[in-house]
Write a protein that binds this ligand. Structure first.
Ligand code: MG
Length: 172
């Protein structure tokens, strides 16, 4: 009899950063060709930042601001892929694993539709889960607000975590 039981937790994360000339644009762990990039203490990858907050949120472990304070020079210019691996290491210590993630990137500039597959592959690789367990949606804000005016890029991530419940006896 299959006596494996899991507990599940969902978490949500959001982020927004300002687009500035002369910076590389990193989204979902890939470099996007564009003449502006996102201003932040780290490399400004809003997609991975939203994802990290969703993972930490699901695990009940706070947020990335607590884990990687932007007052700490250690994280200046940090590669968000490395920050994400640190988050995964932290939640894995509590036996959590990522089941799936669904993400939305909001950008009026540049257009991201053709890069969704590349972002999915990158994120699936970082999370070490199936390509099919990662979904990336790209939307525009229809010319409204800072994102709509091409001044910023925002992202939202939802994550489901699971871990095996220890010590359960087989039910008969
Ligand atoms: Mg951020």
């Amino acid at each position: 009899m299959n006596d494996i039981r899991y507990e599940y937790r969902s978490g949500i994360g959001t982020d927004i950063h300002r687009l500035m000339p002369g910076l590389p644009l990193k989204l979902g762990g890939i470099e996007v060709p564009f003449e502006r990039g996102l201003l932040a203490h780290s490399d400004g990858d809003v997609v991975l930042h939203a994802l990290m907050d969703a993972i930490l949120g699901a695990a009940g472990m706070g947020d990335i601001g607590m884990m990687y304070p932007d007052t700490d020079p250690k994280w200046k210019g940090a590669d968000s892929r490395a920050l994400l691996l640190g988050v995964l290491e932290k939640v894995k210590k509590e036996r959590w694993e990522v089941v799936n993630t669904d993400m939305t990137v909001q950008a009026d500039m540049p257009k991201l539709g053709s890069l969704k597959g590349q972002m999915k592959r990158s994120i699936a690789g970082l999370l070490d889960i199936d390509f099919a367990s990662v979904n990336v949606k790209a939307k525009t804000n229809e010319g409204l607000d800072a994102v709509g005016q091409g001044l910023a890029i925002a992202a939202t991530a939802l994550v489901l975590l699971r871990r095996r419940i220890k010590g359960l006896r087989a039910e008969i």
